[in-house]
Design a protein around this ligand. Structure first.
Ligand SMILES: NC(=O)C1=CN([C@@H]2O[C@H](COP(=O)(O)OP(=O)(O)OC[C@H]3O[C@@H](n4cnc5c(N)ncnc54)[C@H](O)[C@@H]3O)[C@@H](O)[C@H]2O)C=CC1
Ligand SMILES: O=C(O)C(=O)COP(=O)(O)O
Length: 409
């Protein structure tokens, strides 16, 4: 059973995919000097070897922390997703192992919304094609198939943080907005909820996807859905590459059924800037292909770096798990003069009573206790006298059902 009680300088952080330097600075400032920052994603043997040795890992959307990878994460206390999506992490397995997962749910939403709006305007004017032709010496001066955004209907699939922000920006341009969501959402401005996905697809001039990667959104746009789009429509996907089947989309572009498309996310993405990008959409001039940079702005990355580093530091320093995406949320006060035992266990009957029995049998004076559970795990935090913490750590780590146990000084 993994248990930790470490000096800060021995707590290892591995940050991947070039997360912002300010996260390293924040960790250093908080006393965590053992931080490795790598520019790309990791996979295969290298990831397994590295993850086995660290207490905290930071990733973006590319590194896959699957059940198999997490099997090797013997020391891991928490995962920071320096992005919105957490689909790259097996959240359930992480939870069952007592590993808390944090993300930055809002820091890059504006960047995505701005990019999508810009792409919609460029595609309405046929700019990608005209630009590509001009680079080859061509001159496509023509108004044919070039339109203003004003008065066009934008269909947003997934009216969450990004979709609703896009809605407001698009209305500012004079567009009509409709959306489809599985949850009833308050329409902003003059936007309205479409009767169904089918109706949205069939009646929008531009369709933009903003759903998370879920089993229910996997390949939600296939040949049948693409066939429902209006002739001459524009299709944009900056959500996840698993939401849209690429081949039927490429075919609709080749058949000139669609005016254009913008795609930022792909079923398989290169793991770093050194690897080749392969896609059936390559070579189609009226498709804007971007390398998953919807959230890649200086502002967003700086905000994400600060936000996620702060969540990891708080969880490490103090045990607060607020805003974790897979963990019982506990907001904890400081614990001056006391030691704090953090105990993560399976949510099964009897664990808490055993913990309290052990503490009482050993005359441990509890100055505060906090408990939060979800359907899978329980998270109990106990503040006690410094002299008792070593004993408590070792005894509580042996309680059946214990997943992780550590002590904070
Ligand atoms: N291209 C990029 O760089 C970025 C991509 N993203 C992607 O965008 C996604 C959305 O981000 P947010 O708006 O912040 O998430 P969000 O969670 O605020 O909104 C997602 C919305 O989709 C809805 N939804 C879920 N399943 C649906 C379905 N089957 N049909 C229709 N609606 C459904 C939800 O009810 C929710 O309202 C992220 O999960 C991430 O995958 C996020 C940031 C950057
Ligand atoms: O925030 C998200 O979910 C994104 O897709 C952005 O991913 P990235 O950090 O650019 O790999």
């Amino acid at each position: 059973m993994p248990k930790t009680s470490l000096d800060k300088s021995k707590i290892k952080f591995l940050l991947l995919e070039g997360v912002h330097q300010n996260s390293v600075d924040a960790l250093h400032a908080a006393g965590y000097t053992n931080v490795e920052l790598l520019p790309g994603a990791l996979e295969g043997e290298e990831l397994l070897r590295k993850i086995a040795d660290v207490h905290f890992i930071g990733v973006r959307s590319r590194t896959q922390l699957t059940a198999q990878v997490l099997e090797h994460a013997h020391k891991l206390v928490a995962i920071g997703c320096f992005c919105i999506g957490t689909n790259q992490v097996d959240l359930k397995v992480a939870r069952e192992k007592g590993i808390a997962v944090f993300n930055a749910p809002y820091s890059n939403t504006r960047s995505v919304a701005e990019l999508v709006l810009a792409q919609a305007i460029l595609l309405l004017r046929g700019i990608p094609e005209k630009n590509a032709a001009a680079h080859r010496g061509g001159w496509l001066k023509s108004a044919t198939n070039a339109y203003e955004a004003r008065g066009k209907t934008l269909g947003i699939v997934g009216y969450g943080a990004i979709g609703s922000q896009l809605s407001v920006l698009a209305e500012g341009l004079g567009m009509h907005v409709q959306f489809h969501d599985v949850v009833a959402k308050l329409p902003l401005g003059n936007a309205h909820q479409a009767a169904s996905l089918h109706e949205l697809l069939a009646t929008s001039d531009i369709v933009s996807l903003h759903v998370p990667d879920l089993p229910s959104t996997k390949w939600m746009i296939k040949a049948a859905e693409i066939a429902q789009l209006k002739p001459g429509a524009i299709f944009i996907n900056a959500s996840r590459g698993t939401v849209v089947e690429i081949e039927p989309l490429a075919q609709a572009i080749r058949d000139k059924k669609l005016l254009g498309a913008a795609v930022d996310v792909f079923p398989t993405e290169p793991k770093s800037n050194k690897d080749e990008f392969v896609s059936p959409l390559r070579g189609l001039d009226n498709v804007i292909l971007t390398p998953h940079i919807g959230g890649s702005t200086m502002e967003a990355q700086a905000n994400i770096g600060v936000e996620v580093a702060a969540k990891l530091i708080r969880y490490s320093d103090n045990g607060t798990s607020t805003s974790s995406v897979n963990f019982p949320e506990v907001a904890l006060p400081e614990h001056p003069g006391k030691h704090r035992v953090l105990h993560v266990h399976r949510n099964q009957p009897g664990v808490l009573s055993q913990i309290n029995r052990i503490l009482s049998d050993n005359d441990v004076n509890i100055s505060a206790q906090y408990l939060q559970t979800n359907e899978a795990i329980g998270y109990v935090v106990i503040d006690l006298d410094a002299k008792s913490s070593d004993l408590a750590l070792h005894k509580l780590a042996e309680v059946p059902g214990t997943l992780r146990c550590r002590v904070l000084f």
